[in-house]
Design a protein around this ligand. Structure first.
Ligand code: NAD
Length: 264
């Protein structure tokens, strides 16, 4: 019996086999959860459907998270099919390329609204619909990044979106806590995925994270997924409103220089 046997998990954000959401989907399934997937756009169908089959998932619904009607439809279908949700995973983000990289002052108003809508507000919209289905309590989690806390060149509008996401996590934790619904976020180190490829200099981010982090390792989708299992399970039953760093310890550093550089 797995840690999540009997639980129903709804996961937003699988685009392909490199997606963090896919790593999480596999891990939750391996621990016995029944997984339901939602993806964005017909272009992703040919990638998402075969992946769903690998984890015996036959609930795969398209949804643009900026569209309330589409969100309603997905959650209605989940209610009809499963009657409840125990685990909600938000692994969704988007920003126009022009609003990543370049100068921060050049972020456009429309680009700001779009990035914040897709990458941050959507967590509120999902939580509102998931909470009534979390009849036996539940766990909601989203994916954030260190750029919410410290300036990471070129992350620009997405850094603002992640700061909003982290604040939303804390407010939802209070709002839904009495109902036994926990809300947390995982702050993952840089990983090569479709959306991360849109951040100029991603390779440098990854190289730096690996060479400077206390554990001297890059983070993988599976590393994030292990923490997702913990957050989804009763092992974390007293943890809510938390931002858990899965970044090989990078966030504790005040200076990323190596010991050799310091010793001169
Ligand atoms: P990914 O590209 O695989 O996943 C992003 C997902 O967002 C895709 O499935 C995409 O279809 C979806 N999406 C975009 N716009 C959408 C919309 N309007 N409606 C519904 N879905 C939409 O990349 P990923 O790196 O796995 O990203 C997952 C999450 O992890 C994101 O929140 C990302 O910011 C976060 N994150 C990633 C890294 C990293 O380095 N890869 C680090 C920390 C946090």
């Amino acid at each position: 019996m797995g840690l999540l046997t009997g639980k129903v998990a709804l996961i937003f954000g699988v685009a392909n086999k490199n997606s963090i959401a896919w790593g999480i989907a596999k891990a939750l399934h391996a621990q016995g959860a029944t997984v339901a997937l939602s993806y964005a756009g017909t272009m992703l169908e040919k990638r998402v459907f075969p992946l769903a089959q690998e984890i015996d998932c036959d609930f795969v619904e398209q949804c643009d998270v900026t569209d309330d009607a589409q969100l309603d439809e997905v959650f209605d279908k989940v209610r009809e099919r499963f009657g409840r949700v125990d685990i909600l995973v938000h692994a969704v983000a988007f920003a126009e390329r022009d609003d990543l990289g370049g100068r921060f002052v050049d972020i456009s108003r429309d680009g700001f609204k779009l990035a914040l809508d897709i990458s941050a507000y959507s967590l509120i919209a999902m939580a509102k619909r998931a909470a009534p289905l979390m009849t036996a309590g539940g766990s909601i989690m989203s994916m954030t990044y260190y750029a919410a806390e410290k300036v990471m060149p070129s992350y620009n509008v997405m850094a603002v979106a992640k700061s909003a996401l982290e604040t939303i996590t804390r407010y939802l934790a209070l709002d839904l806590g009495e109902q036994g619904v926990r809300v947390n976020a995982i702050s993952a180190g840089p990983i090569k995925t479709l959306s991360a490829a849109g951040v100029p200099g991603l390779r440098t981010f990854i190289k730096y994270a690996e060479s400077a982090s206390p554990l001297k390792r890059s983070v993988s989708q599976d590393d994030v997924a292990d923490t997702a299992v913990y957050l989804a399970s009763d092992l974390s039953k007293m943890v809510t409103g938390e931002i858990i760093h899965v970044d090989a310890g990078y966030h504790v550093l005040g200076l990323t220089a190596s010991r050799d550089e310091i010793d001169g």
